[in-house]
Design a protein around this ligand. Structure first.
Ligand code: SF4
Length: 421
């Protein structure tokens, strides 16, 4: 401790929910007078925010916890805590395995050594113009390959009033865009007394003065309702950008994945979205090399991607996650080289599609919310989630600007700001 108050260090891996959670924890500590430090060795309080979605991530977390054993011995007064997906409701096993860890607490909970749980709502003093707000924790879906429901537990939604209150405060502190987060945002609210849904929440947030954009992720194709699609089309601040993971184009593989929809149902949903929300950009996720995936089944995925032409595709190779039903019941029988080849095929296809889609934007004007400056370039996004860079010496942070697109690539756009309007 360099001064009166403790120094804290937060180590984070994993998804945007973890990043948002760490930001919230950091603000909470600072609200209480703690100061941030860049290195665990200098900290009085260390929090590891863990991810276990892949075995490799869990291994990194475990290595990190073990690496801090000698630190804990040398600094008996320091506090070492672990949160995130490694921590489920029964921490007995974890306490036994890592006795040098002082506390394990579940994502979203207040650090147990502090006595002001209401202060968990402390928000960043200087938030990014585009920031994240968690609206639902956990997942009830149990896709066969996914560990999240076992670790994050069942779905728990925050109330609309609590979320609206937080967003209003963020806007007061300079935020222009919020991305609402959850493992499955489409099931938001079913566990609350009045059973509001995501469309109701969007309706409420859309009224907040000063908030210019709203996004949300991740959607589940089986739970996305027509009411929600209608709300996206109708509400002016809700962006025309939807993340809708399909995972595979083969019905047999979708069944083994326990996704709860067919490829045809997914295609119909995309059609409904495109018919209802003009100019919408779509993003999806794919897993290749799922157990027993044949060449023909893989080709069905390729065909689906070629037909639906997404703006963005995130593709991953399957790797068995211990603790899931897929890892227990299905043999990981696709050779690594075949998985890699399938990954390459999809990446190349998507690069071509994204280049064509983005190429159509050449010479057009795009409205950008400027989020940050990286090296000499301002960086922001369109309402449709396209990453745009431009050079300009003036200060545009947090501003909505009009940019003429002069260069495009599959991954981003470049242009010149037009301040004449
Ligand atoms: S919807 Fe499926 S993949 Fe997503 S978190 Fe839930 S179980 Fe995992």
């Amino acid at each position: 401790m360099r001064g009166e108050m403790p120094d804290y260090y937060i180590w984070t891996i994993g998804c945007q929910m973890n990043k948002a959670e760490s930001e919230r924890l950091g603000s909470f500590f600072e609200h209480l007078g703690y100061r941030p430090t860049d290195a665990a060795e200098n900290a009085d309080v260390i929090v590891l925010n863990s991810c276990v979605v892949r075995q490799s991530a869990e291994n990194r977390v475990v290595n990190k916890i073990r690496a801090l054993q000698s630190f804990a011995r040398a600094h008996p007064g320091a506090t070492l805590a672990v949160t995130g997906c490694l921590v489920n409701s029964d921490t007995t096993r974890l306490k036994k395995e890592f006795p040098h860890v002082d506390y394990f607490f579940k994502p979203g909970d207040c650090p147990p050594w502090l006595e002001k749980p209401e202060a968990i709502l402390a928000l960043p003093q200087r938030p990014s113009p585009a920031t994240y707000v968690t609206i639902i924790q956990g997942c009830d879906n149990f896709c066969s390959y996914c560990i999240v429901p076992y670790r994050r537990g069942r779905e728990v939604s925050r109330t609309i009033s609590e979320i609206a209150c937080e967003v209003k405060e963020l806007v007061r502190r300079g935020v222009k865009e919020v991305t609402l987060l959850g493992q499955n945002v489409d099931s938001y609210g079913h566990d609350l007394p009045d059973k509001p849904d995501l469309a109701d929440l969007l309706e409420e947030l859309n009224k907040i003065d000063g908030l210019v954009r709203i996004r949300f992720l991740t959607n589940h194709p089986k739970d996305m309702s027509d009411k929600l699609i209608g709300a996206i089309a109708r509400l002016d601040r809700v962006c025309e950008w939807i993340s809708l993971p399909v995972q595979s184009g083969s019905d047999d593989i979708l069944k083994l994945m326990r996704r709860g929809y067919t490829a045809a149902q997914y295609r119909q949903m995309v059609k409904r979205i495109r018919d209802t929300v003009p100019g919408v950009a779509l993003s999806t996720d794919i897993i290749v090399g799922f157990p027993s995936e044949t060449e023909a089944q893989f080709q069905e995925t390729v065909n689906l991607l070629a037909a639906l032409r997404f703006d963005t595709v995130h593709v991953a190779v399957y790797s068995p996650r211990p603790g899931t039903s897929a890892s227990r019941e299905l043999e990981d029988d696709i050779p690594a080289a075949v998985k890699r080849e399938r990954l390459n095929i999809i990446e190349q296809l998507q690069e071509k599609i994204a280049a064509e889609i983005n190429g159509q934007l050449l010479g057009t004007m795009a409205e950008i919310l400027v989020e940050s400056r990286v090296k000499d370039k301002w960086q922001g996004r369109t309402r449709t989630g396209k990453l745009v860079f431009f050079e300009d010496s003036r200060d545009f942070l947090g501003k909505l600007v009009s940019v003429r697109i002069e260069k495009t690539s599959p991954w981003s756009l470049q242009g010149t700001v037009d301040t004449s309007k």
